[in-house]
Design a protein. Structure first.
Length: 175
């Protein structure tokens, strides 16, 4: 099965989201760093603002520099968004307008290529795990490294062929 598709930032984000959902610790870390901590930071900053306006001399007793950590917690989601965008841009640094990716999957191996940039050949024995949802398909080649195909780029016949290949080459515990 050969496939060529254009990778978008939304596809890349969907792959990272699917990757984050694969392990409980990743889900927990994501929730803690990008939801819980910024929410707590907002509450602390609002409370500190309330105290600054309602108590005389509060700012003199509690210098605002102590709130820097909470402003950093507020920035975490924006920093992650910036990092994701930067990673995606680096994938296609040779040709930022042409974001085509080709993948060739057969009985022996998977070849993934970004034309003019990189190519990787992976035998089925090297695939550690497989994950798929309605937005993305991941082939893990290491704990935190994976090949990605947007699921919508696959026709229904290709999805069936891929499911058959995965069923034959990966033990049931790997998918």
């Amino acid at each position: 099965m050969q496939l060529t598709y254009k990778l978008s930032l939304a596809d890349y984000k969907a792959a990272l989201a699917l990757h984050d959902r694969q392990k409980f610790t990743r889900r927990l870390g994501h929730t803690f760093l990008f939801i819980v901590m910024p929410s707590l930071a907002v509450l602390v900053l609002l409370f500190q603002g309330y105290l600054a306006f309602t108590q005389v001399g509060y700012i003199a007793r509690n210098p605002p520099v102590t709130l820097v950590v909470f402003f950093v917690f507020l920035l975490l989601p924006a920093l992650r968004l910036y990092g994701t965008h930067k990673q995606f841009s680096r994938l296609f640094s040779n040709s930022p307008t042409d974001r085509s990716v080709s993948i060739d999957i057969d009985e022996e191996r998977i070849i993934s290529a970004i034309p003019g940039r990189s190519e990787g050949k992976f035998f089925w024995q090297a695939i550690l795990k497989f994950a798929q949802d309605e937005k993305g398909t991941l082939f893990y080649i290491a704990e935190n490294r994976f090949l990605f195909i947007p699921t919508q780029a696959l026709s229904s016949a290709q999805r069936d062929e891929l499911a058959d290949l995965v069923a034959r080459h990966l033990p049931s515990g790997k998918s």
